[in-house]
Design a protein around this ligand. Structure first.
Ligand SMILES: *Cc1c(COP(=O)(O)O)cnc(C)c1O
Length: 376
């Protein structure tokens, strides 16, 4: 089946005896046992729930993996992921990650004895220099937030040993545009809160793995630490994924129009969108992904203009998050990246003139009209 079809039908299983067209919400905490020492296959919903499993089955198919674990949030997924490691393990991470991942690594993982090194993974030579005998994983986010830098996933795979885990946060492109396991990743991370859910109405997170041995360890970690996705939220994400291809196409098409409008505005100094041929990572983006997504950042002439735009937008909402049907604009310096040191922020180009826009699926005319009035 093609991916568009899987998005609609991939969650179904053959236990359905009612003919229901959608996966039901098994809103149950526990399950009755048929006899002593026997089980229906379900004992307790932290360990297993049919609605959540339907979503996990769907994600495994979409990402071409071996198994999937759904969590209450993206951060719950990444927290569970870090439990795969023990003190002294060395992890190399992209230097331009989602702020919450950096907060977790710096305040929790480090305290637990993990050694984390950050490097610009877009430069494979810099990455190679960081690898040592204790390196257990490379954690890559591509494209990055908010500068939209792209890491060549297959090139990272080539330069690390087979037993070093390659972990890719695929939140921005989703399996509709990018399938990291096919490029050599072992674990794919998602904030399902973003495009997969797609409607800014629920939080969710995923780990999709390529191997049964990693799946077994993660199953144990999740049932032990407990941050599983609820049946109702699982239902919402299954429903969201049905329209993922349509939403990804529409918001990407609008992103090109918006990027072009911004490029021609006198108050805009730079636009960061990997679909623009002059973006530094346009070529590698084209090579490994079938689309560029719908997040773009832009630099305006001064802080005053940036604040004015945030306060005046109406159709576009000034709010954190991304990937939903609503267009959202955020101020990385004060929001997503406020926990990151000023020095690192400056090095990445995240300053008080930078705005990030997640383009939704409203009429492009209305998005442009809103930008026009907010700039003027
Ligand atoms: C939002 C986000 C996360 C965290 O996910 P939550 O669902 O908010 O916990 C992780 N990675 C990326 C790239 C994100 O955008």
């Amino acid at each position: 089946m093609k991916l568009e079809t899987l998005c609609i039908h991939g969650a179904k299983d053959n236990r359905n005896t009612t003919g229901a067209v959608t996966v039901p919400i098994y809103q149950t905490a526990t399950y009755a046992h048929p006899a002593v020492g026997e089980s229906t296959g379900y004992d307790y919903s932290r360990v297993g729930n049919p609605t959540r499993e339907a979503l996990e089955r769907l994600m495994t198919k979409l990402e071409n993996g071996n198994d999937t674990f759904a969590f209450a949030t993206g951060m719950a997924a990444i927290s569970a992921l870090m439990e795969l490691f023990v003190p002294d393990d060395h992890i190399i991470a992209s230097d331009n990650l989602y702020g919450g991942s950096v907060r977790l690594f710096e305040n929790i993982s480090r305290k637990n004895g993990l050694v984390i090194d950050y490097v610009n993974t877009c430069d494979i030579n810099l990455l190679k220099e960081k690898i040592n005998t204790k390196t257990k994983a490379v954690f890559v986010e591509t494209p990055t937030n908010p500068m939209m830098r792209v890491t060549d996933i297959a090139a990272v795979r080539e330069c690390i040993a087979d037993d070093v885990l390659l972990i890719v946060d695929n939140t921005f492109l989703t399996p509709y545009f990018q399938r990291p396991i096919s490029l050599g990743a072992n674990i794919v991370v998602h904030s399902g809160t973003k495009y997969l859910g797609g409607h800014n109405d629920t939080l969710a997170g995923f780990l999709v793995v390529d191997r049964a041995d990693i799946a077994e360890r993660l199953h144990f970690i999740r049932k032990t630490t407990g941050a599983c996705l609820s049946p109702f939220d699982s239902f919402l994400v299954i429903r969201g994924i049905k329209t993922l291809p349509l939403r990804m196409e529409k918001s990407q098409a609008s992103s090109f129009v918006v990027a072009d409008w911004l490029l021609h505005h006198s108050k805009v100094k730079a636009v960061f969108y990997p679909g623009l041929p002059n973006h530094s990572d346009f070529a590698v983006s084209k090579k490994q992904a079938s689309g560029f997504g719908s997040i773009l950042s832009f630099e305006v002439d001064n802080e005053q203009t940036a604040k004015q735009i945030l306060e005046r937008v109406k159709t576009i909402m000034y709010a954190e998050s991304l990937g939903g049907v609503e267009s959202l604009m955020t101020y990385p310096v004060l929001q997503t990246h406020s926990d990151i040191s000023e020095e690192t922020r400056n090095a990445l180009g995240i300053h008080d003139r930078l705005l990030r826009l997640s383009v939704g699926i409203e009429s492009t005319d209305d998005i442009i009209a809103d930008l026009e009035q907010s700039f003027s």
